[in-house]
Design a protein around this ligand. Structure first.
Ligand SMILES: [Zn+2]
Length: 272
């Protein structure tokens, strides 16, 4: 049985500040180690549960956060960007399940470091008219391949809003949001214990879990952080300008909706 693990940083126990996710800070060096250890807990649990192959995808920012020499050597690691599939790069229909470790709530929600894909670019993102988290986008991306999300970890808001999308999935809460940049968290050791045990249960039950699917074709819409960013995104011929700050696309697949999200975020890097 092959298991796929996507690892983000904002939902890791102990992570509360933007600096925790930004290379070049002391806080970041702490956070990437905590992130790597939570990934290790998920990997260990996956093998405990019967996985024979585990693929880990580094899914935060520059996507070179996980420390390869500290990662459980039984797993293979995808790092770096730009890559097809982005946060779920490497996933295909041969996997029995996907795990979202260290995930966070959607843009506009009240979870720790809540955002969707790019804090700099988006104040809100909607998929088929519904406020969408990264877990929703990539869970649907996996679901379109017939692969269920079998575990998600993060704060209480993530557990409630994202966990509820994935019927039967293990939901691991490692902290309680007190605000965008504050949380009450369990010890990193306790977080890893919970993730490892949940990952084992998730893999054992993977065959009973249903993929999360959204209606395709899709409508995706982005609320940009400035009119200039919206102007730039609106230059794409397929773009629809719904409002001064809102640009959207109609796409055949959720995979293409994710591609447009990546394109709009990359274009935003050109705004000074
Ligand atoms: Zn993220």
């Amino acid at each position: 049985m092959k298991i796929f693990i996507s690892v983000d940083i904002e939902g890791v126990a102990g992570v509360v500040l933007p600096a925790h996710g930004q290379p070049g800070n002391l806080e970041y060096e702490d956070a990437r180690r905590l992130m790597t250890e939570e990934a290790n807990a998920a990997i260990a649990g996956a093998f405990d549960g019967g996985a024979v192959e585990v693929l880990v995808n580094d899914s935060h920012g520059p996507m070179i956060n996980l420390l390869p020499d500290l990662l459980d050597p039984r797993a293979e690691l995808i790092r770096g960007q730009i890559k097809p599939g982005s946060m779920f790069s490497g996933l295909d229909d041969t996997y029995a399940g996907a795990m979202c470790v260290g995930y966070h709530a959607a843009a506009g929600d009240h979870g720790v470091l809540a955002h969707t894909y790019s804090t700099r670019d988006f104040t809100g993102v909607r998929l088929n008219g519904v406020a969408a988290s990264e877990a929703m986008f990539f869970g649907a991306y996996a679901g379109a391949m017939g692969v269920p999300v079998i575990l998600i970890s993060g704060d209480d808001v993530t557990a409630r809003t994202c966990g509820s999308l994935f019927a039967g999935a293990e939901v691991v809460q490692v902290k309680t949001a007190l605000g965008q940049r504050a949380a009450r968290a369990v010890s990193p050791h306790e977080a890893r214990k919970r993730i490892r045990e949940a990952a084992e249960r998730a893999v054992r039950a993977a065959g009973t879990m249903k993929p999360f699917r959204v209606i395709e074709p899709c409508d995706v819409a982005f609320d940009l952080t400035s009119a200039t960013r919206a102007d730039i995104c609106a230059t794409i011929p397929a773009a629809i300008r719904y409002a001064p700050l809102t640009v959207g696309f109609k796409t055949e697949t959720v995979a293409d909706a994710i591609r447009w999200m990546a394109v709009c975020a990359m274009l935003g890097s050109h705004v000074t």
